[in-house]
Design a protein around this ligand. Structure first.
Ligand code: UDX
Length: 429
């Protein structure tokens, strides 16, 4: 139920594993496109899997009732966007649960994959008892997703763990059967713990990023290099080196939403988080700090030309939800700068999101006549830049690296004034 990033990837991969899958969505146009083989999202490997299974094991429909009646397992993968107070808006999940209840014709297992507040499994159970037939039994299971955009197919087919929460172990074991071919560790637990694992994991990862960004900000003040610092820390297996890249902070449709939602869950459960509001505050500050760095390095921004490399919230996706570019570009424009934007895949979506800016077809075109080059997303393409060529097109060789992609020493040798986030002083080290 739901053919977004989670639902479509999950449905297609389940078909790939040999299951008979029906993907359901209320969006008629989206289902029509999917029936024609047009894939609405950019995820490596997804198109091939859909084309391989479409028409045989994988079908698409808007008819929720028919799909429910034909199925043994019903996965709910609809969006739970932030409500006005930041809490997760669960109206889509509730609506689907009512639809399932009204269609249920025999024993079913209803599995919640959407990220939902702790206790949502019980809410879905009550909805089905209230709206469903009295003589039909069912189970509700929580099976949170841990997919990263840009690697969702790989993350589903090679998960580091599968979490399944249920009231009755037999129901959890039936869902575990679907994941058996993946040979991944499967944790069977209760509903609320499964729902908490999802939020606690995402909030921890976001906290790790804000933590290292604070250390990077102090590195800027004292002249240490954050890449040396994280390297030295990573030898401690309790810390590790993954997810330790400092820079402009986290974006995307999950971390900002899930951390905010967890704070709300705390509030409505009588617990006030201390750390999570600061994690969000630090994340916002990283964008503001970068604008200050640009202003300090370039001087008065009025009339200055700035090249922006990278608009998506992370590499390998065209998704710009909560991307740092969405706040940094307008802030620089408001100070009178002229912006030329480039992104390897997001240009189509970007045209609707950024006003009164120019779009370039290559990084060099964006940098033509620029007073500074700003790196906002760490695309691999930016790792292969010909800096001699770049030096020949910019008005001045000044680069501000929001993702700490480059080495300050090398940039100095190439004749660029370089500013990263906590990269210390250029030494002859
Ligand atoms: C995240 C979780 O990783 C995934 O498990 C969950 O299911 C959904 O949310 P996603 O948001 O798609 O996945 O991307 P991810 O690769 O986790 O990056 C999230 C954000 O953190 C991006 O904006 C990225 O730029 C930023 N990030 C990531 C850092 O700033 N530093 C890092 O070291 C890693």
């Amino acid at each position: 139920m739901g053919t977004g990033y989670v639902g479509l990837v999950t449905g297609a991969c389940f078909a790939e594993l040999g299951n008979q899958v029906t993907c359901v969505d209320v969006d008629k146009e989206k289902i029509l496109q999917l029936k024609k083989g047009a894939v609405p999202i950019f995820e490596p490997g997804l198109e091939e899997i859909i084309h391989r299974n479409r028409g045989s094991r994988l079908s698409f429909t808007t008819d929720l009732a028919k799909a429910v009646q034909a199925s043994d397992f019903i996965f709910i993968a609809v969006s739970t966007p932030p409500g006005k107070g930041g809490e997760a808006d669960i109206s889509n999940v509730k609506a689907v649960a009512v639809g399932i209840a009204k269609a249920i014709n025999r024993y079913k297992i209803i599995i919640n994959k959407s990220t939902v507040p702790i206790g949502m499994g019980d809410v879905v159970t009550q909805i089905i008892i209230k709206h469903g037939p009295k003589d039909v039994s069912f189970d509700v299971v929580s099976n949170p997703e841990f997919l990263r955009e840009g690697s969702a197919v790989a993350d589903l087919l090679r998960p580091e763990r599968v979490v399944i929460g249920a009231t009755r172990r037999t129901a959890a074991q039936k869902v575990a059967e679907i994941y058996k071919p993946l040979h991944s560790p499967i944790l069977i637990t209760d509903l609320k713990s499964a729902e908490m694992i999802k939020y606690a994991s995402n909030a921890f990862l976001a906290t790790k990023i804000s933590y290292i960004n604070e250390i990077a900000n102090l590195c800027d003040k004292v002249g240490a290099d954050i890449l040396q610092v994280t390297r030295g820390m990573s030898y401690d297996s309790r810390i590790g080196g993954q997810f330790f890249n400092s820079g402009l902070g986290f974006g995307g449709s999950c971390f900002p939403k899930d951390v905010t939602a967890l704070v709300q869950i705390g509030k409505s459960s009588g617990y006030r988080f201390r750390i999570l509001p600061d994690v969000l505050d630090i994340n916002d500050y990283q964008r503001k700090l970068f604008v200050q760095k640009v202003q300090k390095a370039v001087g008065n921004l009025k009339g200055k030309v700035l090249a922006v490399w990278g608009l998506s919230f992370k590499p390998n996706t065209d998704d710009m939800r909560e991307s740092p570019a969405l706040t940094i570009v307008p802030a620089l424009k408001a100070k009178g700068a002229k912006l030329k934007l480039y992104d390897p895949v997001s240009m189509g979506k970007a045209r609707g999101l950024f006003k009164n800016v120019k779009f370039a077809k290559t990084p060099y075109e964006a940098a033509h006549g620029a007073d500074a080059v700003l790196v906002l997303t760490d695309w691999n393409e930016f790792k292969q830049i010909d800096f001699q060529k770049l030096k020949g097109v910019v008005r001045q060789p000044l680069l501000l690296d929001g993702r700490n992609m480059y080495d300050p020493q090398e940039m100095a040798e190439k004749g660029f004034e370089y500013h990263g986030i906590g990269r210390g002083e250029v030494t002859n080290f």
